[in-house]
Ligand binder design. Structure first.
Ligand SMILES: Cc1ncc(COP(=O)(O)O)c(C=O)c1O
Length: 454
C-alpha cells in the first residue's frame, strides 16, 4: 500500500466552473483520468492484459468516450448500460455484461442481438446459464462465468461482494452443476470471472487470484481468460492508503507465470477498475447557503446546496471525502491538507446538505452518526468543494429527492478549458413522465406550466 497523492482543484478553476454551470455541479479532471488510465494499461503482464472500465462508477458519455478512446473496454452491469455505451459509440464487442438481471421478452431478444455483435455474457447464476444455453449452444458462443469465491473484501460490508452475505455470482458449491450444464449444452466456458468487492484489501484480491488459478487448473481446462474484477482501493482523504497498483500488477504477473510453468497454459488477464480510474478526478462543487448551530453542547452546521442527492456514499458506506473552502472571490481559504490563507480558528463542524433528512451530511460514521470535521468557519456564499467524487457519486445519487434537479457535469480539459458535458436537469424533465390524477389537463398545458416555472 502507498499513501495517496490526492490531487486538488485550483480556486480559479472552481470559479470558472460555477460561472458556467452554477452549483451544485460535478467537475472531472481529464488529465487525472488519462494518467490513471495510462498507469492501468502499462501494468506488468504475463500473457496479455485487458482493462475494462466498470462504467457503473461514472457512465457519463464524455467519460465513456474518453476512456474507450484511450483503449479501455467496458464492464457493463445492465442491458441499459450496454445500450448507453452503444449510444456513446462503443461497439458491443468491447463490452462484457455482468448483471443480476435475468432478461426476458424483448430484453432477451436484445441480449441475443448484442451477443451476436460480440458482447461477452458473464453468467452470474445457474438460472442465467440455463436461459442463455440453448441460444449460445446453437450459435457456438462461448460464455464467461462469475464465480462467488466465498470470501471478499470491501470498503464496507455493502461493497464486499465475495462473502456469503452477497448474492453475486455462482457459488463455488454450485460450480459442479454449472459445469455439467455447460457440458450437456456443449458450451465453452472460456472466461472465469470474480470480483471480491470495492475498496477492499489488496491481499484478499491476491489471495482470491490464487484460489481462482487452482480452480482454473482443476475445473476449467479450456478457459483462456481470467477476469479478476476491480475494487482497487484509493485514498480520498490525505493520509489514507491506496493500492500500490504496480506492485499488485507484478505479483499478479508472477502468479500467472507460475501457473504457466505448472500447466503450460497462457492465461490472459482482465481487470475491471472503476474507482481507481475516476474517483480522484472528480469534485462536487457546492455553495455555502447557511450557518447554524444546535447550541453550545450541540453541533455547528455548514449548510451547502448539494448533499446526499449528489453524493450518497457517506450515507451508504460512511465514506469520507476531502473538503476545500474557496471564497466567493476565488481565494483558497482552506483545504484538507492544511493549505490556504485562513488564519481563523478551526472548529469542529458538520457539512450538511439541503434534503429533509437529518442524515443528509457529508460526514457520517458507519453507524450513521454525525462526524464533524475540524475546519475554519466558511462564509455564506463561499464554495465548499467535495473531493474524491468522480466514482459512484453522480451515478448513484438519489438526485430527485425533494425534487432537486440532477446536477450538471463539467470536464476540465488538459489545456485548462472547462466544457459542459451534461446539462442540469430541467423541471420539465423532472415531471415529464407524470400523468395527472384529475382528468382534463392536457399534457401540453402541463408542459407549458412546467416551462413557465423555470
Ligand atoms: C463486477 C464488477 N466489476 C468491477 C467493479 C468496479 O469496482 P471498483 O469501482 O471498486 O473498481 C464492480 C463494482 O461494483 C463490479 O461489480
Amino acid at each position: 500500500m502507498i499513501v495517496s497523492d490526492s490531487v486538488a482543484v485550483s480556486p480559479e478553476v472552481v470559479l470558472r466552473a460555477v460561472e458556467i454551470a452554477g452549483t451544485p455541479c460535478y467537475l472531472y479532471d481529464e488529465g487525472e483520468i488519462a494518467r490513471k488510465c495510462d498507469r492501468m494499461l502499462s501494468l506488468p503482464r504475463a500473457f496479455g492484459l485487458g482493462v475494462r472500465y466498470a462504467m457503473k462508477a461514472n457512465p457519463s458519455m464524455a467519460i465513456l468516450q474518453l476512456l474507450t478512446d484511450r483503449g479501455l473496454d467496458l464492464d457493463v452491469s445492465s442491458l441499459n448500460e450496454a445500450r448507453r455505451a452503444r449510444l456513446a459509440g462503443v461497439s458491443y464487442d468491447r463490452m462484457m455484461l455482468t448483471s443480476q438481471e435475468v432478461p426476458y421478452g424483448s430484453d432477451r431478444n436484445d441480449l441475443e442481438h448484442m451477443m451476436l455483435e460480440g458482447l461477452k455474457y458473464n453468467v452470474c447464476s445457474l438460472r442465467q446459464l440455463r436461459l442463455v444455453s440453448p441460444f449460445c449452444s446453437r450459435r457456438k458462443i462461448p460464455l464467461s462465468i462469475r464465480v462467488h469465491p466465498g470470501e471478499g473484501s470491501g470498503e464496507s460490508s455493502a461493497t464486499d461482494t465475495g462473502s456469503d452475505y452477497s448474492s453475486f455470482g455462482v457459488h463455488m458449491t454450485d460450480l459442479d452443476i454449472a459445469l455439467e450444464l455447460a457440458l450437456e449444452s456443449d458450451i465453452a466456458l472460456d472466461t472465469v470471472h470474480v470480483h471480491v468487492g470495492s475498496g477492499g484489501d489488496p491481499e484478499v484480491w491476491l489471495g482470491t487470484l490464487e484460489k481462482m488459478l487452482s480452480l482454473l487448473e482443476d475445473s476449467f481446462p479450456c478457459a483462456h481468460t481470467l477476469n479478476m474484477g476491480g475494487g482497487f482501493p484509493v485514498a480520498r482523504m490525505p493520509g489514507e492508503s491506496m493500492v500500490d497498483m504496480e506492485e499488485l500488477g507484478s505479483r499478479t504477473r508472477d502468479s500467472l507465470l507460475d501457473f504457466h510453468r505448472r500447466t503450460g497454459r497462457r492465461l490472459r488477464l482482465e481487470v475491471e477498475p472503476g474507482t481507481f480510474l475516476v474517483a480522484g478526478a472528480g469534485y462536487l462543487l457546492t455553495r455555502v447557503s447557511d450557518l447554524k448551530s444546535t447550541g453550545p453542547d450541540g453541533y455547528r452546521f455548514v449548510l451547502v446546496d448539494g448533499g446526499m442527492e449528489c453524493n450518497v456514499r457517506p450515507q451508504l458506506y460512511g465514506s469520507r471525502h476531502p473538503f476545500s473552502i474557496v471564497s466567493s472571490q476565488g481565494r483558497l481559504v482552506w483545504n484538507e491538507r492544511g493549505e490556504g490563507e485562513s488564519h481563523s480558528r478551526t472548529v469542529p463542524q458538520v457539512v450538511a446538505g439541503r434534503c429533509c433528512e437529518t442524515g443528509d451530511c457529508h460526514g457520517l460514521g458507519r453507524d450513521g452518526n454525525l462526524v464533524p470535521r475540524v475546519m475554519p468557519e466558511p462564509r455564506v456564499g463561499d464554495y465548499l468543494v467535495v473531493g474524491g467524487t468522480g466514482a459512484y457519486c453522480s451515478s448513484m445519487a438519489p438526485f430527485n429527492y425533494n425534487s432537486f434537479l440532477q446536477a450538471p457535469e463539467l470536464l476540465l480539459r488538459p489545456d485548462g478549458a472547462i466544457v459542459l458535458v451534461r446539462k442540469r436537469q430541467s423541471l420539465l424533465q423532472l415531471v415529464g413522465n407524470e400523468l395527472p390524477y384529475r382528468s382534463g389537463v392536457p399534457r401540453q398545458e402541463l408542459n407549458e406550466a412546467a416551462a413557465m416555472c423555470l
